[in-house]
Design a protein around this ligand. Sequence first.
Ligand SMILES: [Mg+2]
Length: 90
Amino acid sequence: MNIRDLPEDTRLIQLAEESSELAQACIKLVRIMHHDSPASESVVRDNLLEEIADVSVCMTALQDIAPLARVGEIIAQKAQRWEDRINGKE
Ligand SMILES: [Mg+2]
């Protein structure tokens, strides 16, 4: 069985859970940056990579409803818009 064979709702819930874990990992790293956490920075950075990987796996499992090629196009557009904004072009 392939992960893409799982029911769509199961894959969406998994993406939501992993996205939440990714958000928490980001917050933990910012807390370390602000000297507001006794946690190990290397452990927290490793955890951040794990959560990014988890979200990426979920994205590959959702290719039937969110093709990675199309997602890639949107990423390029959004990255350009963000860059334009920080450079005062928007
Ligand atoms: Mg995870």
